[in-house]
Design a protein around this ligand. Structure first.
Ligand SMILES: [Zn+2]
Length: 125
């Protein structure tokens, strides 16, 4: 995902748009402790300019959700690939989510599709 978002260059800070950040190396291998106490493999960065921390998910529709990114991507794929779209009910059943989570995901994905760069890709030019 980092490669998709930033290419092969340095990460771009979602807070101040500065290019360049320090990678925060986890103390024990790949996994680091979150401030809630659980382990995570999400890679954390500190902006070289504003010193704020971020992961690749900040500023995306996937940010701040307890649903696994893998599930998000699967649902996104289903919404895009199915000719008739996919009902929140079906997502709920298939991925074992609550109705609220399934509805939230479909809403958030649709919201993302309305904005750039996705919206721009559908432009008539
Ligand atoms: Zn910054």
């Amino acid at each position: 995902m980092e490669k998709l978002r930033w290419g092969y260059g340095e990460p771009v800070c979602p807070h101040c748009a500065n290019i360049g950040a320090y990678f925060i190396k986890p103390r024990n291998g790949e996994t680091r402790q979150t401030n809630r106490g659980s382990g995570t493999q999400r890679r954390l960065w500190t902006c070289k300019a504003c010193r704020k921390q971020f992961t690749v998910l900040v500023g995306t529709i996937f940010h701040g959700s307890h649903i696994a990114v893998r599930t998000w991507l699967l649902v996104l794929f289903e919404m895009c690939s199915n000719k008739n779209g996919i009902a929140a009910r079906e997502i709920e059943r298939k991925y074992g989510l609550t109705p609220k989570s399934a509805w939230f995901m479909t809403q958030r994905i649709r919201e993302g599709m309305k904005r750039d760069p996705l919206a721009g890709m559908l432009a008539v030019c």
